[in-house]
Design a protein around this ligand. Structure first.
Ligand code: WT7
Length: 685
């Protein structure tokens, strides 16, 4: 159990608030996704009034619930699951698992035999309990003044219409559907429609390139692809339909033929008549979906039936189809949302993540809607048309819970005071600005730094605002039912103050069950490094008070602006360029993005270094993966530092990339130590 020994009343409440606090929010701000460095070990105490009204008002209550969740997981999670509608209750055994690879195949099951439907629990159940006229989704468009909203009743109607359309077109329980949409209301509608009929959705972030989309289409063989013609992001129009066209024709040539592409006409971005069209395959959403009935029976599914696939990056080239099932994911996202955000029915909630990532699945769509919350969905970019847009939206909808990534906070901070102060509508000098952050922020907005992953489904280590003091930069303590373990290189669990590899000891309901089509890769990637544990891929330390501090990935995965990118994927994109012989990619610290991509490239014999070649190498990554994975820096490399057995020594590359040239360490084991000097000489060319 976490240690919590210090007297809680001695620290100065108003000192050293993390600068990521938003002053304009009414109650809470939440930050996700990356390590936030802090040398400030001072604790930030929850406001007394806030704590008193919280679901978990103090550490004692947390310990009581946490202890119960660990000693009796079946009892604890059954109680959490009881709030939902189950057509049939799960069997005698609530959960069963094997996380120990030495004892056979890895298996995780929760609520098996229980029959339910997550769409029903998000919509019908909330409507039956009297919330039909409550706003489910406020939608804010890219351009100011363009907005819309749907009540729970209206959302259900829309979901049913699409669900009926999908059924009429042959989509059945267990079939997969690819959704390639920007943050329109049609995105959560599409997810819920799939869930309603038992189809498995696979949302592909609309920033992925045609090649990435094609790769995913080939892997999961969808019955249908749902997209829109185009989207406006800031002033740019992105022609999504062209990307889908190219992905579909390529995948056809590779033996996976998708016969139907349902396309939403996003007219503010592009007119229908300007959209390229293939009559036998493409259908306008607006022509067919509104004609369908607004009543659609639910397909009841087993708790362990798949809900969705979401591809994520690993340390090897091929993206992994993380598979989540229905019952455990439902119970877990709902519970984490409720407790970590201290959600109350009067809250207005905004998560800036895109539904193309797990954050959007769990905390734009499912977690909030399961709780009957009002959710804001924003189509655009946070700093368009100006850096004050975010705070204007917060004010416009009176947002009380704001969940975002550190990268956004850092970029808004960099944009300067006006950005944030614009929203409070008066000029203010820097010392007042600081006061605003420290004093106003502290008394109104607890901050939660939540640690989790695509694989975990929901929060794993997270503050419960109100229950204990924060340490800026620490994700604090484990959520109910989560047993973190910090292990050393040999897989031995360490106690007390320590640092090492972050693992989890037993299963939790939101855990992923497999990698789609590759259970073996699931077992080797996550369960073989340290037998008996789930290994997260992250480094972590625990301080004397039991607080957990995430220290970043220990594998070849980098986190750019909260987006997870595998170095191997970027390398293979670079190497696909005809003039690139070899490439090695590392992550380097970046002021706004957290980390950025730094690529060492060896051109093919005889090719001259040039700016044009750099540009075309970057373009190659954009077209292979997507713009968000474009390297920030191409470093010419006549050779790469390799061991005698040919292994690239990334440790050395990382040091060169971050210009820590006096920390290169031992280079004597290199096959050719001269390459290091060559690389240093070319550092700024
Ligand atoms: C990786 C997972 C935000 C979750 C959704 C992204 C890093 C996540 C934190 C945090 C430091 C964090 C880890 C993790 N990460 N949360 N609070 N502090 N690092 O999910 O794309 O699967 O990425 O994000 O390295 O492994 P994801």
């Amino acid at each position: 159990l976490p240690a919590m020994t210090n007297n809680l009343t001695t620290t100065n409440r108003h000192s050293h608030l993390p600068a990521r606090n938003s002053a304009v929010l009414k109650r809470k701000a939440v930050v996700i996704g990356e390590a936030v460095a802090s040398d400030d070990a001072d604790r930030i105490f929850p406001d007394q009034d806030f704590a008193q009204q919280a679901h978990v008002p103090d550490f004692g209550k947390y310990l009581e619930m946490y202890t119960w969740s660990i000693e009796d997981p079946a009892g604890f999670w059954s109680e959490m699951a009881d709030g939902f509608y189950w057509k049939k209750k799960w069997g005698q055994q609530v959960n069963s698992e094997n996380l120990d690879i030495t004892k056979g195949n890895i298996k995780i099951e929760w609520f098996k035999g229980g029959i339910t439907n997550i769409c029903y629990n998000c919509l019908d159940r909330n409507i039956e309990s009297g919330n039909g006229e409550k706003i489910a989704i406020h939608w804010e468009g890219n351009d100011r003044g363009v907005d819309d909203s749907l009540t729970y009743n209206q959302l259900l109607d829309r979901v049913c219409q699409l669900a009926n359309y999908l059924k009429e077109n042959g989509v059945k329980k267990g079939d997969s559907v690819i959704i390639y949409l920007p943050m329109l209301m049609e995105l959560p509608i599409s997810m819920l429609a799939c869930a309603r009929i038992g189809a498995v959705h696979s949302v592909v972030f609309a920033g992925f390139s045609a090649e990435s989309l094609e790769q995913r289409i080939i892997d999961c063989k969808p019955k249908i692809v749902i997209t829109c013609n185009a989207v406006k992001r800031g002033t740019k129009v992105i022609n999504l339909k062209d990307i889908v066209d190219s992905a579909l024709s390529e995948s056809s040539q590779n033996g996976v033929h998708v016969g139907l592409c349902l396309t939403y006409a996003n007219e503010p971005a592009m007119k229908r008549e300007d959209t390229k069209w293939q009559k036998q395959r493409d259908v306008w959403w607006q022509d067919v979906v509104p004609k369908c009935s607004t009543k659609c029976d639910v397909e009841w599914v087993d708790a362990e039936d798949p809900l969705f696939l979401l591809y994520t990056s690993g340390s090897t080239g091929k993206p992994k189809g993380v598979l989540h099932t229905t019952g455990g994911y439902m119970v877990y996202t709902a519970a984490t949302f409720k407790y970590a955000f201290d959600y109350k029915p009067s809250d207005i909630y905004w998560c800036t993540a895109d539904c193309g990532w797990i954050t959007g699945h769990s905390y734009v769509a499912y977690g909030p809607l399961l709780n009957g919350a009002t959710v804001l969905v924003y189509e655009g970019v946070p700093n368009y048309p100006d850096p004050g847009r975010c705070w204007d939206i917060v004010d416009k909808y009176k947002v009380t819970i704001f969940y975002t990534a550190p990268t956004l906070v850092r970029s808004l901070m960099r944009d300067g005071n006006e950005a944030i102060l614009g929203s409070v509508g008066e000029p203010i000098n820097p010392s007042a600005w600081r006061w605003f952050y420290n004093v106003v922020g502290d008394s109104r907005c607890p901050i939660s730094d939540t640690w989790w992953q695509t694989e975990t489904g929901g929060f794993m280590i997270t503050p419960l605002p109100g229950a204990w003091p924060q340490k800026p930069g620490s994700a604090t303590f484990p959520f109910f039912g989560v047993q973190p373990a910090i292990v050393d290189e040999k897989g031995k669990e360490m106690e007390g103050e320590c640092s090492g590899y972050l693992c989890v000891k037993t299963s939790w309901p939101g855990a992923f069950r497999t990698l789609f089509g590759d259970h073996e890769r699931y077992e080797t990637t996550y369960f073989s490094a340290f037998p008996g544990y789930y290994f997260s891929g992250d480094g972590c330390s625990r301080d004397k008070d039991g607080y957990y501090w995430l220290t970043g990935r220990v594998d070849d995965v980098i986190n750019v602006s909260g987006h997870r990118i595998g170095t191997a994927e970027v390398e293979s994109a670079l190497v696909s360029h005809p003039k690139c012989a070899e490439a090695a990619v590392v992550g380097v610290e970046h002021e706004v993005k957290g980390q950025c991509i730094y690529a060492f490239v060896t051109p093919v014999e005889g090719v001259e270094y040039s700016e044009d070649l750099k540009k075309s190498l970057v373009l190659s990554v954009r077209t292979n993966i997507g713009a968000f994975a474009a390297p920030d820096k191409i470093h010419w490399a006549p050779g790469l530092p390799k061991t005698r057995s040919g292994k690239i020594m990334r440790r050395i590359l990382r040091k060169i990339a971050s210009r820590q040239l006096d920390e290169l360490g031992d280079t004597s084991t290199l096959a050719d130590p001269n390459v290091v000097d060559q690389l240093i000489a070319l550092a700024d060319s």
